[in-house]
Design a protein around this ligand. Structure first.
Ligand code: DGJ
Length: 386
């Protein structure tokens, strides 16, 4: 009898502890209560379009972004939401609150074994451009191959003749194999050629930092192509399109010119803030100055934004203090930049869009959207009052 009682007691406490674990787990998976409200589509679901972009097309806003699963880190593809451009947000302090119509997956991962976008891959930060030469919408994204973590560090390209897709996967590559940056002189190339990874086995030392800035990792990847992770795109006034991405193990940004069909690289590229460890690049141009807002590299955790400006995309780039102001500005209000949304409201030209990542359920990551205002000298400032 004593044994039966002990056994029953053990079973009961096991059940309680399992229940507690389930509760804890689901509590952990749920967005924290202090997190901002979801951005709802017209069906009442949170917009599952992360690391994305919003562009205007024929009277519609097109919001493309990462379609993330409720659990795990791999991708479903890219989702599209649309809203009429003349739909103003119900509440001006929440410019993203529009009647977003979910259009579903416009690029989908596939079940074909060996495909670069095989289910299990990671698709991040998709950006879409309309190409006037080919009459195609071109989607460019950071692609990581199935089962290889973040090692592949590739750029994926997909096209569609309509904004609603389906986008057809075109190819994936690393940018600019066998090509040195445009701003590398013969002397720079020789210096980089002489660098040997074995001499810098220990990372983060002062010598290693100098070697990285001199091109240690750039040279390591010269034949394979440059790593390309967090990214954005930018079409300049003269029609030249640029792909700006975290390269060299996320230590250096690169700006690479795209071919006129936006499906490859011309071979012209520049390094930005070599060794500065910047990611999540967002760019805009105002009165002839390019402004680049980035984050540091702390995975899904927020950090302080960094800002750079230049009069030429080729540089030189000057670093400025973070433009963020207000409570929690030092952590970019919990977010990480993804896009500069142009002309969303009659009163404000530019908005800074960011994701507040929720890695336990990436689909639930929140969207931040704040107006960019300017000091008299043209320096951007992004303030969140509450
Ligand atoms: C930070 C990046 O900005 C995100 O896009 C994502 O790649 C995470 N790192 C992964 O940790």
């Amino acid at each position: 009898m004593k044994h039966i009682l002990t056994l029953a007691l053990c079973l009961f406490s096991l059940m309680i502890s399992a229940q507690e674990q389930t509760d804890n787990r689901s509590r952990r998976h749920r967005p924290r209560p202090q997190m901002m409200a979801p951005t709802l589509d017209v069906e009442g679901h949170h917009v599952n379009a992360h690391g994305g972009c919003i562009i205007a097309h024929e009277g519609q806003w097109l919001w493309y972004g990462e379609a993330r699963p409720d659990r795990g880190f791999t991708s479903l593809g890219v989702n599209l939401y649309t809203a009429p451009i003349d739909s103003l947000p119900a509440d001006a302090s929440h410019p993203l609150q529009r009647p977003w119509q979910p259009r579903g997956l416009v690029l989908s991962v596939v079940d074909e074994a060996g495909s670069p976008i095989e289910r299990g891959c990671i698709i991040e930060r998709p950006k879409v451009l309309w190409n006037a030469h080919t009459n195609l919408f071109v989607m460019i994204f950071h692609l990581e191959l199935k089962g290889r973590g973040y090692e592949a560090a590739m750029t994926g390209f997909a096209t569609s003749s309509t904004p609603e897709g389906p986008f057809i996967f075109h190819h994936a590559q690393r940018p600019n194999a066998n090509t040195w940056p445009e701003d590398f002189s013969e002397a720079n190339i020789q210096k980089a050629q002489a660098l040997n990874e074995a001499d810098y086995a220990k990372w983060w030392t002062p010598e290693w930092r100098v070697a990285v800035a001199d091109g240690l990792l750039l040279k390591r990847d010269i034949s394979r192509g440059q790593m390309s992770r967090d990214m954005t795109v930018f079409v300049d006034d003269d029609g030249t399109a640029w792909h700006i991405y975290s390269s060299e193990e996320n230590l250096t940004l690169q700006a690479a010119e795209l071919t006129s069909d936006y499906l490859g690289y011309t071979g012209r590229y520049y390094r930005i803030a070599a060794g500065g460890q910047n990611e999540a690049p967002c760019i805009f141009k105002r009165d002839g100055t390019y402004w680049l807002i980035c984050s540091g590299c702390t995975g899904w955790d927020p950090n302080e934004a960094r800002m750079f400006s230049a009069r030429n995309i080729a540089g030189p780039w000057t670093q400025h203090p973070s433009p963020m102001r207000g409570p929690n500005a030092a952590k970019t209000f919990g977010g990480q930049g993804t896009w500069i949304w142009a002309a969303p409201s009659p009163s404000t030209d530019l908005f800074f869009m960011a994701d507040i990542w929720f890695p336990r359920s990436l689909s639930q990551s929140r969207h931040l959207c704040l107006p960019i205002r300017f000091h008299d000298d043209g320096t951007p400032v992004i303030e969140k009052v509450q």
